[in-house]
Design a protein around this ligand. Structure first.
Ligand code: ZN
Ligand code: ZN
Length: 313
């Protein structure tokens, strides 16, 4: 694929925080997100060279959907939540997380649900090994993966570990929805859990035309001014590079930090899902990396190292 500059937004055009009732933090319902994600993966897996991988991802999303309501909710203190959000401290922070009962419950619910599905043979084998792996090793890998210490994580386990961590956090943050209006800030990381975004989305409907960053872990979405780099926050012209001018997925590239994050326009495909469409548009990543840009988004279902593997295959 060749990428070409297709659109420039001028600084000042859509740069500040909105001065109306536009929510700055949106906490979507986990079951709705996962249902939509599974359907989107299925749709995307109907064609293209990534079809087997995307079909497997649809099975993972279905297992997440089944698991998410089965795990117990750890109650969070209301005052701490409100104060944290007000002061820009993530109330469900990934910092210092230790895999405990939440991991044990989510691991069991997710792996049992996934094992019931008609998985391709290689995935079935990996899942068997994953299920029977040493508990302490797995918990350590989960902690490492959460902190993006990916070199310590077994590549073939990463999608499972990522999926389980998403289930834990999506469940955990579900109770925070009533407090979302307490957040008034601006952040490059998720204000709820502190993780990196997977991509940004220009929404339609109630949030028409507003751009949100979508959390790679807990699925929270937070407002991000346009014409500003989502990585280094430099306010300036932003180049958009995509397959075509009208493509759903564009790479938003910064010539200051040489980072890029994908941006997706929901108006171009209302059924899009940020995680699924990110994985399905790996050609955009390959194109942008060839142009010398570094990916700043994170997708929990695919480790950076395995992206390189895909390039070689
Ligand atoms: Zn988050
Ligand atoms: Zn930048």
């Amino acid at each position: 694929m060749t990428v070409s500059a297709v659109k420039i937004i001028q600084p000042g055009e859509i740069q500040g925080l909105p001065d109306d009732e536009t929510p700055l933090l949106v906490l979507p319902l986990a079951s709705e997100v996962l249902k939509g994600r599974a359907a989107r993966f299925e749709e995307l897996s109907k064609k293209g060279v990534l079809k087997d991988w995307l079909e497997f991802c649809a099975q993972v999303a279905k297992a997440q959907l089944e698991a998410v309501d089965q795990i117990k909710l750890t109650p969070l203190d209301e005052n701490i939540v409100i104060e944290s959000l007000k002061h820009g401290m993530p109330p469900a922070s990934i910092g210092g997380w230790k895999a405990g009962n939440d991991w044990v419950d989510a691991f069991k619910a997710f792996t049992e649900s996934l094992a019931k599905q008609d998985l391709p043979l290689p995935a079935k084998k990996v899942l068997e090994l994953f299920k029977s792996a040493d508990v302490t090793t797995l918990q350590q890998q989960a902690q490492d993966y959460l902190q993006a210490d990916e070199s310590k994580v077994k590549a073939e386990w990463a999608p499972f570990i990522g999926a389980i961590l998403q289930v834990i956090w999506m469940r955990k943050v579900a109770q925070l929805a009533p407090y979302a209006p307490s957040y008034k800030g601006r952040s490059t990381l998720c204000p709820v859990c502190g993780s990196h975004p997977v991509a940004s989305v220009v929404r339609v409907g109630a949030h028409d035309g507003h751009r949100y960053l979508a959390c790679s872990l807990c699925a929270s979405e937070w407002y991000a001014a346009r014409a500003r780099c989502t990585n280094c926050e430099t306010p300036k012209e932003v180049s958009m590079l995509g397959e075509t001018k009208e493509s759903l997925v564009q790479g938003e590239c910064c010539d200051d930090c040489h980072g890029y994050l994908k941006i997706m326009y929901q108006s171009r495909d209302p059924m899009m899902d940020v995680v699924a469409d990110d994985l399905a548009s790996i050609q955009v990543d390959l194109g942008l990396s060839a142009e010398g840009y570094q990916r700043t988004g994170r997708n929990m279902l695919l480790m950076a190292a395995s992206e390189t593997d895909k390039k070689d295959s």
